[in-house]
Write a protein that binds this ligand. Structure first.
Ligand SMILES: [Zn+2]
Length: 171
């Protein structure tokens, strides 16, 4: 199998699992070298044909598989011959992590640029403007809203960003 080494990477496994789900994982985890039909895969992996097709379509949507159609001369049926393109996995993963990093950076900025108030009874957090609109009283229970630090939140975001950036190879 051409992509064996890559498939042992837990990051790749997790990525594929998130894409195709547990039922599609046997398909995603065993990319054949050449072309294969959905029926062949279903038989080989002992899966429902629908689950195989669903997984293949998700891989197709993510540029990880392509197909070509051929008509069987005897039956006239169309057969789909699938080819896996896991050479695109690293680029997809990189894009995915880039998106996550952008989301984390936006979240970090939001945390840094806002003051927060907390109702300790309901564990609801309010932005400063909201808290002021409510006269610094919880709209649910009437308790006073207390100013709340978010250093821990920002630290947690920073840690995730550091981990992500070292995975992305950004120094
Ligand atoms: Zn409350």
């Amino acid at each position: 199998m051409a992509f064996e080494g890559m498939l042992e990477d837990p990051v790749v496994q997790k990525y594929l699992h998130e894409l195709v789900g547990p039922k599609g994982m046997p398909v995603a985890a065993a990319p054949p070298d050449g072309e294969v039909t959905d029926e062949e895969l279903a038989e080989r992996l002992d899966l429902e044909l629908n689950d195989v097709r669903r997984a293949l379509f998700i891989l197709y949507e993510n540029d990880l598989a392509t197909y070509r159609r051929v008509r069987d001369e005897d039956s006239g049926w169309l057969t789909y011959l699938w080819t896996f393109h896991y050479e695109n996995v690293p680029a997809n993963l990189h894009d995915e992590m880039d998106r996550l990093r952008e989301a984390l950076e936006e979240r970090r900025e939001y945390e840094m640029n806002n003051e927060f108030y907390l109702c300790e009874v309901d564990s609801i957090r309010f932005e400063f403007d909201e808290a002021m609109d409510f006269g610094f009283e919880c709209p649910e229970c009437g308790s006073p809203l207390e100013a709340m630090g978010n250093d821990e939140m920002v630290e947690a975001i920073d840690e995730r960003l550091d981990a992500l950036e070292s995975e992305l190879g950004i120094v």
